[in-house]
Design a protein around this ligand. Structure first.
Ligand code: ADP
Ligand code: F6P
Length: 320
């Protein structure tokens, strides 16, 4: 192996830059050449490749977003489009591609590996929705952003003795809501994994809290289960308590990565190059029980969701 390329794909996440830096620096240290690909699979198809050296990744460890830009590229699902991508990589002499993204991006990487390009995936998404790894790059930073917002909303919610519903991202995964809810001391946490969410039970809990002297009710709602404004209307009508909704939105995707995300990204990025150098392909890198691991992409994508029911139960007990 002589030359590798790297791209970021899907939604960006804080810490992607730290991961790019780790891959580039480890690869160069190991005697490899590195090319950056701009704008994910879309940029690859447009031939947006450029040579990177050690200085290409200077001064980026602290920056949110991704210096390589990112994109969603629906046409990459077509075999003939991926064949063209593989030909472009071969034309540039690239032997292997490191893809930083979520499960969709990994699927693209896996299919590309069948066309003679070695591929490795690094988990970059705020959603923490990849079952094979305990944490994804960006999750910790997003979590801290959400907790900061909850603290602020708590102040005004207490002053007005209101119910506040805070909608957070996560797609179909409730990890941001669960971890932010427990860290922010929320009264209720509503996640897509709760198949039996009952709006009336939530209203009963709110009224119980009020009758026991609670000054406010903070409810963390994961986007995957419904809209905050609709729920706020229902709660206000039933309980008679003033209720406000806040949708945190893309603020959760930005900002300087936390120390924890920087360390994670650095460890995962270094391991990706090691795994490539050992000749392996179609692997994803992750962290389990604080150990950096690699796993076959197919196996990783087939793993069942790892929603932490014990933590959810603890959050319920602590909020009563
Ligand atoms: P994420 O990687 O964060 O899950 P997406 O699901 O949007 O984000 O996927 C990112 C990109 O990965 C897509 O725009 C597409 O280019 C590629 N991709 C997703 N699913 C597939 C698939 N089934 N086959 C090939 N490429 C895919
Ligand atoms: O996957 C990351 C994520 O931020 C999800 O939490 C959210 O549902 C989605 O991306 C938003 O995507 P977009 O930035 O395309 O609106």
């Amino acid at each position: 192996m002589k030359k590798i390329a790297i791209l970021t794909s899907g939604g960006d996440a804080p810490g992607m830059n730290a991961a790019i830096r780790a891959v580039v620096r480890t690869a160069i240290y190991s005697g490899l050449e590195v090319m950056g690909v701009q704008r994910g699979y879309s940029g690859l198809l447009n031939g947006e490749l450029f040579a990177m050296d050690k200085t290409s990744v200077s001064d980026i460890i602290q920056r949110g977003g991704t210096i390589l830009r990112t994109a969603r590229c629906p046409e990459f699902k077509k075999e003939e489009v991926r064949q063209r991508a593989a030909k472009i990589l071969k034309a540039y002499g690239v032997d292997a591609l490191v893809v930083i993204g979520g499960d969709g991006s990994f699927m693209g990487a896996k299919l590309l590996s069948k066309l003679g390009i070695k591929t490795i995936g690094l988990p970059g998404t705020i959603d923490n929705d990849l079952a094979y790894t305990d944490f994804t790059i960006g999750f910790d930073t997003a979590l801290n952003t959400v907790v900061d917002a909850i603290n602020k909303i708590r102040d005004t919610s207490t002053s007005h003795e209101r119910v506040s519903i805070i909608e957070v991202m996560g797609r179909d995964c409730g990890d941001i809501a669960l971890h932010a809810g427990i860290s922010g001391g929320a009264e209720s946490i509503i996640v897509p994994e709760m198949k039996d969410f009952d709006k009336d039970a939530l209203c009963r809990t709110i009224l119980d809290g009020k009758n026991h002297g609670k000054m406010h009710n903070l409810i963390i709602l994961s986007e995957g289960i419904g809209g905050a404004f609709e729920l706020a209307k229902y709660v206000e009508e039933l309980t008679g308590i003033e209720t406000r909704a806040t949708v945190l939105g893309h603020i959760q995707r930005g900002g300087s990565p936390s120390a924890s995300d920087r360390v994670l990204a650095s460890r995962l990025g270094a391991k990706a190059v090691e795994v490539l150098l050992s000749g392996e392909t179609s692997k994803v890198i992750g962290i389990r029980d604080n150990k950096i691991i690699d796993q076959d992409i197919d196996e990783a994508l087939a793993m069942e969701s790892k929603f932490d029911e014990d933590l959810y139960r603890v959050a319920e007990i602590l909020s009563r």
